[in-house]
Design a protein around this ligand. Structure first.
Ligand code: FAD
Ligand code: DLZ
Ligand code: SF4
Length: 517
């Protein structure tokens, strides 16, 4: 009881994680500014459980610091642990307990984290804790579960149509605008001859970001990746400027060249906004409404706008649904029993395969590669080369600035490595060099010959592709979507078949022995 006999109202602690940076966050909306405290903590345990790219750590720390200022300006009491604070226990739970001890709190409130690892430790914390569902998404867990219930296969396309109906994006009553749900057939052009004006917006760093950069440089420079130059947005205002610039300059060609890859053009017509969406700086539905407006105002054609909206309300939501539906064990699956170590060139870029070195080296500089580079270059190679999916998963989770497990794991393990046995993908995303050659200008500048399968300079993707199909013959030969691939193999000369498989084996041995190709 208080002095006048009134019951003492103890404060709650509200934990806000580094990818939960919006005033609309579920736990913040439930809090009471007049008594509760928000905790934010920069900690080694999050920066190092996989060794995140220094740019990613700097982005998150700077965005956290800017967001804490915004919280204070809107009247919140914020307890903020900087990474170099001597009292910092360097662990999220340690920091929560440290503040809880000081303040005699009622309970901890937190918006559900995007990783089972953190959910588990928060559930086990020796405090009363309420974990609140994250409502920054279009589909709730219950809606996704409902949709998935009784379905034999969980294909994104049908889920996407539900999301179109729910949001009314690009709808004319109950019909899709343009009379088709999906314009993907129009979104597969080879790279353009020339591109214009494609640098994404690069921001000037303020004092807060400069301080963070100095700290990250001091503490994490042994991690893969280059910290400088750093030009990403670190506030919602800046992220919106980046989105607007994308809409005005690149969206109209996003659809056409979505799958294209070009030498020394890391961004092409992509938006570079996943980092902002995934940390809360941009809201997915608001973003899609802006994109839809660009179609209504004649700024961009339907194939581009539909394609873009599908990525966000379709793929992004579907991927999240899978992560939470399938549970903590999802990341331990290895359907193809792949066991090889990740080759060292994933960390150095030191390979004569031009497509792979381009993807790895731009990842080192920008902490970014676009979807087709992730799926059909580094992902495709790891799958063909029998690399342990857990190693591939940790690589993607650590090197990409937009990588948080809820979105990274189903993309890497499901879509790219087929380790979930076909939950996300109806067939493995594999290709020989021919696909990469069609969709890029990499092969022209490569040591290897994309047209050759067997010679000294034969493109490694060519024999590895057939090696994969034959190695997993039992699992895939009855898949109707792969029948054409197997009948192409059957038509080949027996001597060529033997030589191809032996070449594939030789390449795998070379990677094991030398670590590179
Ligand atoms: P754009 O190409 O401009 O697309 C627009 C937006 O659509 C993106 O910002 C993103 O929010 C959304 N989107 C598109 N495809 C997907 C998808 N498959 N899953 C979820 N959202 C999607 N995306 C992440 O956000 N984090 C990851 O850790 C991640 N890991 C991936 C790993 C692999 C192996 C693969 C194949 C894909 C991965 N993706 C991941 C999906 C996709 O590659 C990125 O979302 C995209 O490259 C981000 O760049 P952008 O903003 O320029 O996207
Ligand atoms: C990724 C990341 C990093 C590098 N650092 C922090 C941090 O210091 N403090 C924090 O609260 N969050 C950080 N994050 C984001 C978390 O790892 C993320 O919330 C979980 O992985 C769940 O998505
Ligand atoms: Fe990649 Fe093969 Fe083309 Fe070289 S030839 S860039 S290894 S696909």
């Amino acid at each position: 009881m208080g002095q006048q006999g009134n019951p003492v109202v103890k404060p709650n602690l509200i934990l806000v994680l580094g990818d939960q940076l919006t005033l609309d966050l579920a736990a913040i909306k439930k809090g009471d500014k007049s008594k509760d405290y928000i905790i934010m903590a920069e900690v080694d345990s999050e920066a190092e459980y996989v060794k995140h790219h220094p740019k990613k750590i700097a982005f998150i720390f700077s965005a956290m610091r800017h967001f804490s200022e915004r919280l204070r300006a809107s009247g919140w009491q914020v307890l903020y642990s900087k990474i170099d604070d001597p009292k910092n226990s360097q662990n999220i739970i340690g920091e929560v307990l440290r503040y809880a001890e000081k303040l005699d709190v009622n309970e901890l409130m937190v918006t559900k984290p995007g990783e089972w690892r953190l959910i588990k430790v928060l559930e086990d914390i020796p405090l009363r804790v309420t974990i609140i569902e994250d409502d920054r998404f279009i589909a709730s867990h219950a809606e996704f579960e409902n949709w998935a219930r009784d379905k034999k296969t969980l294909r994104m396309e049908f889920f996407y149509r539900e999301m179109r109906r729910k949001t009314h994006l690009l709808m004319d009553g109950d019909k899709p605008i343009g009379e088709k749900w999906n314009f993907d057939q129009e979104n597969r052009k080879s790279p353009p001859k020339k591109i214009i004006n494609l640098e994404p917006t690069m921001f000037k760093n303020d004092e807060i970001t400069e301080d963070v950069l100095a700290l990250v440089n001091e503490r994490y420079s042994s991690h893969f990746g280059e910290l400088y130059p750093f030009n990403y947005a670190v506030t919602t205002e800046e992220a919106n400027l980046a989105l607007d610039k994308f809409i005005n300059n690149s969206l109209s060609l996003f659809g056409d060249y979505q799958d294209a890859m070009m030498l020394d053009e890391p961004f092409l017509y992509h938006a570079l906004i996943s980092l902002y969406l995934n940390t809360g700086l941009l809201d997915p539905l608001e973003t899609c409404r802006k994109i839809e407006k660009a179609f209504v105002n004649g700024v961009a054609p339907l194939n581009a706008v539909e394609g873009f909206i599908r990525q966000i309300i379709g793929w992004r939501e579907y991927i999240r649904g899978i992560y939470f539906l399938k549970g903590p064990d999802y990341i331990n699956q290895n359907y193809l029993n792949a066991k090889r170590k990740l080759p060292s060139f994933y960390w150095t870029g030191d390979t004569k395969m031009r497509c792979v070195s381009q993807a790895v080296l731009q990842t080192k500089v920008h902490s970014y590669a676009h979807h087709i580079q992730r799926l059909m270059v580094t992902g495709n190679f790891a799958l063909l080369a029998d690399i342990d999916p857990k190693e591939v998963h940790y690589w993607y989770l650590s090197v990409y600035i937009d990588a948080f497990e809820w979105v990274e794991a189903p993309n890497t393990l499901g879509m790219s490595q087929f380790s979930d046995g076909g939950v996300v993908a109806s067939k493995p995303y594999i290709s020989s060099g021919a696909y990469i050659n069609r969709m890029s200008n990499y092969c022209k500048k490569c040591h290897y010959d994309v047209k050759d399968k067997l010679g000294e300079k034969a493109c490694p993707f060519n024999s590895l592709y057939w090696g994969f199909l034959i190695r997993h013959n039992e699992k895939f030969s009855s898949n109707p979507r792969m029948a054409q691939m197997y009948s192409n193999w059957d038509r080949q000369d027996e001597n060529i078949k033997t030589a191809t498989l032996s070449k594939a084996q030789k390449i795998l041995s070379e990677i094991s022995e030398r670590g590179t190709l």
